[in-house]
Design a protein around this ligand. Structure first.
Ligand SMILES: NC(=O)c1ccc[n+]([C@@H]2O[C@H](COP(=O)([O-])OP(=O)(O)OC[C@H]3O[C@@H](n4cnc5c(N)ncnc54)[C@H](OP(=O)(O)O)[C@@H]3O)[C@@H](O)[C@H]2O)c1
Length: 331
């Protein structure tokens, strides 16, 4: 028997708060190998807004339900499901369309969650902390006490980079565009926090005492990325994973010819598509342990009910937030 639940649906691409609205959608009974999952929490990430705008490589069929990640609780399971039961908390599948009060999912695609991780924190583990962890591990071999440089340091990824680096014995130089974040990020574990601007490469060198920096993480693009690249040691790697300024990268020939910089990119969706299942399972186990121990903790600005879609989406698109905007009811 089918029932109806609230979901956020977009029928056309455009400005998120204008084209995505709360409406009722049908939910079927779970089949033999499926589970019915009720949403606990799902964040609004920049990529979700880009999907609704039609500016992202993932393009769900329209009308579509946005939401790449989220956490839920199992309400019922089909006859053949042995690894889950009602009441279990789970991570929803990558790109599921999580902004719905409930949905039916193949049980094998659900990741059981330790019950101790608060729902909102669990809901934000799949994308941003995973991206931070992969970028810190997969591009360079960082030595104990080594430095990492990043822009957009106040983002969810930026916070995860600071937290993971500190836990691993690496140090971070963090670039932000608002002075009021300097003390806040230092209190959160950042070793150095600097403001975007022309004198940045010299300030970075002063902050590290001239120590070489082999890894820089770029989520902004344009001039900001160039400033990071100029601060890298010869042979260093700049990993671009976001383009918040929507400005293209400019690559001076000399940085490649004379500095031999590595100019790389990273996309977590591609990592999930290509990584062996054992590597994915190992990463989730690590992320869950780090969230349980409190090493990983993502700031939350506000949690909205699905019915307040327009307000939530407009809020998520604002600059100067102190943390993520989520849908859901439980913190
Ligand atoms: N490639 C991947 O696999 C992957 C995975 C995760 C995230 N990402 C990307 O990483 C970026 C950060 O995501 P998130 O979820 O961590 O972000 P978030 O928590 O929503 O925060 C957004 C951050 O971007 C900054 N920002 C916004 N517009 C900017 C601009 N024009 N110039 C400089 N900074 C700007 C904000 O600065 P203020 O604090 O000053 O407002 C804030 O720190 C996004 O581009 C996202 O798409 C990519």
């Amino acid at each position: 028997m089918k029932s109806k639940v609230m979901a956020i649906v977009f029928h056309a691409h455009g400005v998120p708060e204008e084209v995505a609205h709360a409406e009722e959608i049908e939910v079927a009974e779970p089949g033999a190998d499926e589970a019915l999952v009720r949403l606990l929490a799902a964040p609004i990430n920049p990529a979700d807004l880009n999907v609704i705008e039609g500016k992202y490589p993932l393009r769900p069929a329209l009308p579509g339900v946005p939401g790449v990640e989220g956490a839920g609780v199992v309400e019922a399971v089909g006859a053949d499901v042995k690894n889950l039961r009602a009441g279990d908390r789970v991570l929803l599948p990558h790109g599921y369309g999580t902004w719905r009060a409930a949905g039916v999912v193949k049980a094998e695609n659900l990741v059981p969650l330790p019950p101790e991780i608060p729902a909102a924190q669990a809901a934000m583990l799949r994308i941003n902390p995973a991206t931070a962890l992969r970028m810190l591990r997969d591009f360079t071999e960082l030595k104990p006490g080594g430095w990492i440089l990043q822009n957009a340091a106040n983002s969810a990824v930026g916070h995860a980079v600071i937290q993971l680096a500190r836990a691993s014995g690496w140090r971070t130089v963090n670039v932000v565009r608002r002075a009021e974040l300097i003390d806040e990020l230092k209190a959160a574990g950042a070793d150095a926090v600097l403001l975007e601007g022309d004198g940045l490469p010299e300030q970075i060198s002063a902050a590290t005492g001239g120590a070489p920096i082999h890894l820089a993480l770029n989520a902004v693009g344009g001039d900001s990325a160039l400033r990071l690249a100029k601060a890298l040691a010869p042979g260093g790697t700049l990993v671009t994973y976001g383009a918040m300024s929507r400005q293209p990268l400019r690559l001076p020939n000399g940085l490649l010819i004379f500095q031999d910089l590595r100019w790389r990119g990273f996309w977590i969706s591609q990592w999930y598509r290509t990584a062996p299942p054992t590597a994915v399972a190992a990463m989730f186990a690590e992320l869950f342990a780090l969230a349980q121990s409190g090493v990983l903790h993502a700031p939350v600005e506000r949690i909205y009910p699905l019915a307040e879609a327009a307000a939530a989406l407009a809020h998520a698109a604002q600059s100067g937030r102190a943390g993520k905007i989520l849908f859901g009811g439980e913190a």
